[in-house]
Design a protein around this ligand. Structure first.
Ligand code: KDG
Ligand code: MG
Length: 402
């Protein structure tokens, strides 16, 4: 079998997605997600202008060799644009392999290691009372694990608090909106949220929280310590993780489990975090982490150091990436949890898929390949619209991490 052609599709069924379709000379095609929120067109160009010409005529079964060719062959290694483009190719090739062998991709990755994939949903509200109600609603929908975020008194907007109830979408059309931040107000507020949640719902539901890279290590240590009585499943992205050593300080002070890595794109981003056992969950997912081929290696290294996976699954990852993540999740031993932010109906119509939610779990379905398709005709109705994630400033105007 040979790769005959490949095309990049740009569409906006409620939000922007970049989708790669690789065609073979046997009539089988594969799909890959290439979406990098707020920087979408750079990956589209990377694929069309630089990667696709090198794919034509290759054997699509050579997932490892093609991965190495795109990684080593670029000379300029790593980085979100490069690794997202490589991931899209890798996903599409695994999809082709599964379809050609008439089996779901998970069977090519070791087979099922569990019956389903535990997921967490996103409850958020403008204040504690509203977030508590939303957690109750998610429990009503069957979720066993729920991320809780709430607005902070004195701040107009806070990360994780959505305008919409079920669909959380931080990217906005037009130029980047500006948010305001106060670490002091945040650190005082969050423990109150989790105290209220535990008093109301007890200990049976898993609770998670995302600090979204907004603290310094000693502040994160204080937050982790203050949340210990509420037994969080994890505290996510307590600090920006370019400085892996920063986690040493947090770890010395708290037993709250730590999750990191949704913005990582290669195993080297987590090397020290693994070898020194500074985190408990690795959040890197297929679309930004070099595809299934590279994520398997990351998970294998994590496994040695008692680190579990917790793949990123926000709505800016298309259903193609979600499907790929589920085949990966169900097949590895050191799976922890999968993030699941629901896509809108319009997105789901453009990407019909076999995976489904039931009783707090996602199931990849049993279709050959990844079990997801792309309705090109429908997608044409939703052209690309430039959108950005917000930026963040401290109350005195200093530029900060969003
Ligand atoms: O594109 C950015 C989002 O994916 C990110 O802000 C979501 O932090 C996030 C999460 O944990 O889902
Ligand atoms: Mg996050």
């Amino acid at each position: 079998m040979k790769i005959k052609d490949a095309k990049v599709f740009v569409s906006c069924p409620d939000r922007n997605f970049i989708t790669l379709k690789i065609y073979t000379d046997q009539g089988i095609y594969g799909l890959g997600d290439a979406t990098l929120n707020g920087r979408e067109l750079s990956v589209a160009s990377y694929l069309s202008d630089h990667v696709i010409p090198c794919l034509i005529g290759r054997d699509p079964f050579q997932t490892e060799d093609i991965w190495q060719y795109l990684y080593k062959g670029a000379y300029w290694r790593r980085g979100p644009v490069t690794m997202t483009a490589i991931a899209a190719v890798d996903m599409a090739l695994w999809d082709i392999k599964g379809k050609a062998l008439n089996t779901p991709v998970y069977n090519l990755l070791g087979g099922k290691s569990r019956t389903g994939v535990l997921v967490y949903g996103h409850a958020n509200g403008r204040d504690i009372a509203e977030t508590v109600d939303r957690v109750g609603e998610y429990m009503g929908l069957g979720y066993k694990a729920i991320r809780a975020q709430s607005g902070i008194p004195g701040l107009e907007s806070t990360y994780g608090v959505a305008k919409d109830k079920l669909f959380y979408e931080p990217a906005e059309k037009g130029l980047p909106p500006e948010n305001l931040w106060s670490t002091e107000k945040y650190l005082l507020h969050v423990p109150k949220l989790f105290e209220t949640l535990r008093v109301k719902y007890g200990e049976d539901v898993h609770l998670l929280h995302d600090a979204h890279h907004r603290l310094r290590p000693i502040e994160a240590a204080r937050l982790g310590k203050s949340l210990e009585p509420y037994h969080l499943f994890w505290l996510e992205d307590p600090v920006p993780a370019e400085l892996q050593e920063g986690f040493r300080l947090i770890r010395q002070h708290t037993t709250t489990p730590l999750a990191v890595g949704e913005v990582f794109n290669a195993i080297w981003d987590a090397n020290l975090l693994f070898t020194e056992q500074l985190v408990d969950y690795i959040r890197t997912t297929v679309v930004h982490g070099g595809g299934i081929t590279h994520l398997k290696k990351m998970a294998s290294m994590a496994e040695i150091y008692h680190v579990l996976t917790g793949c990123h699954g926000a709505t800016d990852l298309s259903p193609v990436a979600m499907a790929a993540a589920l085949h990966f999740d169900i097949s590895i031993n050191n799976f922890g949890i999968q993030e699941y932010m629901r896509h809108t109906d319009k997105t789901d119509e453009v990407f019909p898929h076999a995976y489904y939610f039931k009783d707090g779990m996602l199931y990849p379905g049993d279709q050959p390949g990844l079990g997801v398709d792309y309705d090109e005709k429908l997608a044409e109705k939703f052209p690309y619209e430039r959108a950005y994630l917000p930026v963040n400033r401290k109350l005195d105007g200093t530029m900060y991490n969003w």
